[in-house]
Design a binder for this molecule. Structure first.
Ligand code: FES
Length: 102
C-alpha cells in the first residue's frame, strides 16, 4: 500500500530546478515550480533518459535527449516522441520536509 515517505527537504530543490532521488527501488524526480513541488518518474518513457537533466518551464518539462515534452502536473505527453505518459506521485510538504506517496 502506498504511503508518504520523506524524500528531500525544500532547500534541496530551488525554484525552477529538479533533482532525482532513489527511493524504494525507484528513481523519482522532484521539481519546484514557483514553490509547488511535483514528483514523477525520472526515466523518460521514450529512451530512458533521466528527466532530471531536462529543462523545466513552469509545468512543462523538456527531455534533453530528443526534445519530448511532458506536463509534470498530469504526466501527459505534450510533444513526441515519448509514447506514454509519465508516472506521477502525490506530494505533501510538512515543515521543510517533502514527502512523496509511493
Ligand atoms: S529519451 Fe526522452 S525524448 Fe527521447
Amino acid at each position: 500500500m502506498a504511503e508518504f515517505t520523506k524524500i528531500a527537504i525544500t532547500t534541496d530543490i530551488p525554484n525552477g530546478k529538479m533533482k532525482a532521488f532513489s527511493i524504494g527501488g525507484k528513481l523519482i524526480t522532484i521539481a519546484n515550480t514557483d514553490g509547488e513541488y511535483l514528483a514523477f518518474d525520472d526515466t523518460c518513457t521514450h529512451a530512458q533518459c533521466s528527466l532530471a537533466g531536462g529543462f523545466l518551464d513552469g509545468y512543462t518539462l523538456t527531455c534533453y535527449c530528443h526534445g519530448g515534452q511532458y506536463d509534470i502536473k498530469s504526466g501527459e505527453v505534450l510533444a513526441p516522441p515519448p509514447p506514454s505518459p509519465l508516472g506521477i506521485y502525490n506530494v505533501k510538504v510538512e515543515g521543510d520536509e517533502i514527502l512523496v506517496e509511493i
